[in-house]
Design a protein around this ligand. Structure first.
Ligand SMILES: Cc1cc2nc3c(=O)[nH]c(=O)nc-3n(C[C@H](O)[C@H](O)[C@H](O)COP(=O)(O)O)c2cc1C
Length: 155
């Protein structure tokens, strides 16, 4: 095996953080969290299994940041309230106990925020429809505007 392939398994330093190797698990929603976005045992078990597998870094899936309009799915990990801190801390500690760096992706669903999962309409208006499967509907206009933006001169 060439030297460059072995480098993947060598430690790597970013600032004060020493990663045990260069393998990163990207953020991937696993749909295991509690109904309020909280960390539960199922999601801890899922990330523990990944950490045990030997990656150097885990970026925990995207987590919504307010209870108003940032949630993009009904099952979505959340970091919008202090009551979620303990669970997020447990998750981080579980990952780190395997010598794996734990990062958390925070997110606002923006135009892809799910109206069914949010008490308010997403504040971001776009005439481009969300299309996770490709560019097929890029030209299709949105059928209705968020209420507060109905008279928006930029709309
Ligand atoms: C089930 C699933 C859930 C995902 N969840 C997230 C996510 O929470 N945040 C994100 O940025 N990307 C998410 N992704 C995208 C992955 O991170 C992305 O596929 C990965 O970085 C690989 O990139 P590539 O498809 O360009 O190779 C998800 C992908 C899958 C398959």
């Amino acid at each position: 095996m060439s030297e460059s392939k072995w480098k993947l398994l060598e430690p790597f330093r970013i600032g004060t953080l020493c990663l045990k190797n260069r393998i990163v698990m990207p953020p991937m929603e696993c749909l295991l969290n509690g109904a309020d976005g909280s960390v539960n045992q199922a999601i801890i078990d899922y990330y523990e299994e990944a950490a045990r597998g030997g990656v150097g870094t885990i970026i925990v899936q995207n987590s919504y940041i307010d209870e108003k309009a940032s949630r993009s799915a009904l099952v979505h990990l959340g970091v919008y309230s202090d009551h979620l801190i303990a669970g997020i801390g447990d998750l981080a500690e579980t990952i780190k106990s395997y010598g794996v760096a734990a990062l958390l992706q925070i997110s606002h669903g923006g135009r892809q925020a799910n109206p069914a999962a949010n008490p308010y309409c997403p504040p971001i208006r776009s005439c481009i429809k969300p299309d996770p499967c490709g560019a097929a509907s890029l030209a299709a206009p949105v059928k209705s505007l968020p209420a507060g933006l109905a008279n928006n001169p930029f709309a």
